[in-house]
Design a binder for this molecule. Structure first.
Ligand SMILES: [Zn+2]
Length: 309
């Protein structure tokens, strides 16, 4: 059995030209600021949306005043920028939404711009000092680099690769796991960060064995999606395992894992009983299976598998 994702995951739909060649052209960047469109994030990296609409509340770039604004791209007519502002600056004219919700509501261009802005501005917040000598750094290249005045080191936004794998039996069952802090019916695919010196395939084998104790084969790449808060790139795979193999949750990250039949997964997807990282309502009657939210690559991998022939 093979299956593919029918469309890219929500945050992998970026279409705007990043125009990286302009990042070093300060004169051009200054010129493009005039009439540019500004994407605003709040202190939690939530985006400003138009109230009641699934579209970004774009501001005139001039609103940023003397603040540093980061260059997101240029479509040949308009340049796109991002910065953080507090709620008072925008008042009641906007609604604030997190990436994991807005990511699947926005159109291709806006979803890509939000993901990029969130990742870039989150990196800037954590990169105020040189990792070589500890001197405070300056932002350069339209926000895409830092420059140290002490030792001249230049640094760029990092991305941490993480694998996420849908484990199936080659037929009608999928192995889903529940994290120790998740609500009791919430299950998803298994994920983990790639370690130094490790290939993606080796990471898939190691993570699944560590977390649920099974050995996988037939590892196959599916798709990737940035998850920029804080700075991950999720690399989606499928792999096969034997449902008769004993499960073991030795590393403590997984509370339980179960093989679900395709019909159960389809029913959960159709009931849209997804979970968006909210608290577990202790006394609520939860359905048997709650899957990851629509912005996650896990949701799209599970959906692609569940509805494949
Ligand atoms: Zn330095």
């Amino acid at each position: 059995m093979t299956f593919e994702l029918p469309t890219p995951p929500p945050l992998s739909r970026a279409v705007l030209d990043r125009a990286a060649e302009l990042r070093d052209d300060q004169e051009m960047l200054t010129k493009l600021l005039d009439g540019g469109r500004l994407l605003v994030l709040d202190e939690h990296f939530r985006v400003a949306l138009r109230p009641g609409e699934s579209t970004i509340a774009w501001l005139d770039a001039a609103v940023a005043g003397s603040r540093f604004v980061s260059f997101l791209g240029y479509d040949g007519e308009t340049a796109y920028w991002a910065c953080r502002l507090d709620h008072e600056a925008l008042g009641d004219e906007v609604e604030w939404e997190h990436l994991r919700v807005a990511g699947s509501l926005l159109d291709d261009e806006e979803a890509g711009l939000f993901a990029t802005a969130a990742g870039l501005l989150a990196w800037q917040q954590r990169s105020r000092f040189c990792t070589n000598c500890g001197t405070r750094v300056d932002l350069t290249k339209g926000g895409w680099a830092t420059q140290c005045s002490g030792c001249d080191t230049e640094e760029y936004p990092r991305t941490d690769p993480a694998v996420i794998c849908l484990v199936h039996d080659g037929a009608d069952r999928v192995l889903l796991a529940r994290g120790t802090h998740w609500p009791r019916s919430r299950f998803s695919t298994i994920a983990g960060f790639v370690e130094t010196g490790e290939s993606l395939e080796a990471c898939v084998r190691r993570e699944i064995h560590e977390e649920v104790g099974v050995v996988v084969s037939d590892i196959r790449y599916l798709a990737s999606q940035p998850w920029p808060l804080p700075r991950s790139l999720m690399l989606g795979f499928a792999a096969k395992a034997d449902p008769a193999a004993e499960l073991n949750f030795a590393d403590g990250e997984i509370a339980e894992a179960r093989w679900f039949h395709r019909d159960e997964v389809r029913a959960a997807l159709e009931a849209a009983t997804i979970w968006n990282f909210g608290p577990d309502p202790e006394d609520a009657v939860l359905p048997d299976l709650i899957l990851s939210g629509r912005t996650s690559i896990a949701h799209h991998m599970i959906r692609a598998w569940a509805f494949s022939d």
